[in-house]
Design a protein around this ligand. Structure first.
Ligand SMILES: C[S@@+](CC[C@H](N)C(=O)[O-])C[C@H]1O[C@@H](n2cnc3c(N)ncnc32)[C@H](O)[C@@H]1O
Length: 258
C-alpha cells in the first residue's frame, strides 16, 4: 500500500484527531501495551534539554509528549493543529504553553528553539518533508531534532507477528475501546505505508539536517531519529530553506485535488 493512496486532506486529519481526543491517551496505552512510556523516556533523553532551553514539541496533541519537559522545568511549546487535542491538553496541563499551528507552516520565527521534537506525529502530516524543513527553520543553528515514529521491525519473524497484530488484532480492540475506531484502522495502514528507518533518515538529510542517526525500539516497531542543524552558513541557508519550502508548496499546489 502506498502512502499516496492513504493521504487524507489536512482537514480530515484534524477532524479525526478532534474525534479521538477525549480517549486518546487511554487508547494509546492499551494498544501499545504500555510501551509508550518507555519510548517517551528515550525521546526525552535524546532531546537532552536543560532548564533555560526552549523546546518545540510539534504535533503535541494532548501534550503527553510535552509533559516531561515541563515537569523538568524546561520551557516547552506544545504545538498542534487539532483544537480538540489541544483543548484536552490545556484542561489537563494549564501550565503548558499550547499553540495552534500547522507543522507545514509553523507560527514561529527562524532559529527560535534549542530543540525540536515530534512524537507519533510526522506520519500524520500531509507533507512530512515540508514539516522537516519547517522544523529546521525554527531550530537554532547547532540545535537538535528528535523524531519518534512507528517504523519497521528489523527481524523478519517479529515483523510478521507485528503486521498481524496491526492488521488483524488492533482494529477489533480499537472498536471496543476507542471513540473513533476508523482512526485506528487508518493508524495501522499508515504505519505500513511509512518509510523504513533509512528512508526517513534520507528525508531528514534532504531537509538540510546533518548527522542523522537512529535507534530502534521494541525491535524496530518504533525508531527514534536524531540530527543537528548545521552551524555554518546560516544566513545563506535561511534563504535556501525558504526557497525549499516554497518549492514544496508549489509542488503541493500542483497536485490534483483529492
Ligand atoms: C498521534 S498524535 C501524537 C500526539 C503526541 N505527540 C503524542 O506523542 O501523544 C498525532 C498528532 O499530530 C497532529 N497533526 C497531524 N498533522 C498535523 C499538522 N499538519 N500540523 C500540526 N499537527 C498535526 C494531530 O492533530 C495529532 O494531535
Amino acid at each position: 500500500m502506498s502512502r499516496a493512496s492513504l493521504e487524507k486532506r489536512p482537514e480530515e486529519v484534524q477532524a479525526m484527531f478532534d474525534d479521538v481526543a477525549p480517549r486518546y491517551d487511554l487508547v494509546n496505552d492499551i494498544l501499545s501495551m504500555g510501551q509508550t512510556r518507555l519510548w517517551r523516556k528515550v525521546v526525552v533523553d535524546a532531546v537532552g534539554a536543560a532548564p533555560g532551553q526552549r523546546v518545540l514539541d510539534l504535533a503535541a496533541g494532548t501534550g503527553t509528549s510535552s509533559e516531561p519537559y515541563a515537569d523538568a522545568g524546561i520551557e516547552v511549546v506544545a504545538c498542534d493543529f487539532s483544537l480538540g487535542m489541544l483543548g484536552v491538553g490545556k484542561r489537563r496541563r494549564p501550565d503548558i504553553d499550547f499553540v495552534a499551528g500547522d507543522a507545514t507552516n509553523l507560527p514561529f520565527a527562524d532559529d527560535s528553539f534549542d530543540a525540536t521534537t515530534i512524537s507519533f506525529g510526522l506520519r500524520n502530516v500531509g507533507d512530512p518533508q515540508l514539516a522537516l524543513a519547517e522544523m529546521l527553520r525554527v531550530t537554532k543553528p547547532g540545535g537538535r531534532l528528535v523524531v519518534c515514529e512507528f517504523s519497521h521491525p528489523t527481524f523478519a519473524p517479529w515483523r510478521t507477528v507485528y503486521t498481524e497484530y496491526l492488521m488483524r488484532a488492533l482494529p477489533p480492540i480499537a472498536r471496543k475501546v476507542a471513540s473513533n475506531p476508523a482512526a485506528y484502522v487508518y493508524l495501522a495502514e499508515s504505519i505500513r505505508a511509512w518509510p523504513n528507518q533509512d528512508g526517513l533518515a534520507g528525508w531528514i538529510a534532504d531537509a538540510g539536517w546533518e548527522g542523522c542517526r537512529y535507534r530502534n525500539l521494541s525491535g524496530g516497531i518504533v525508531a527514534v531519529h536524531r540530527a543537528t542543524k548545521p552551524l555554518d552558513g546560516e544566513a545563506s541557508t535561511a534563504a535556501a530553506r525558504r526557497a525549499k519550502a516554497s518549492d514544496y508548496l508549489r509542488h503541493r499546489a500542483s497536485r490534483p485535488a483529492r
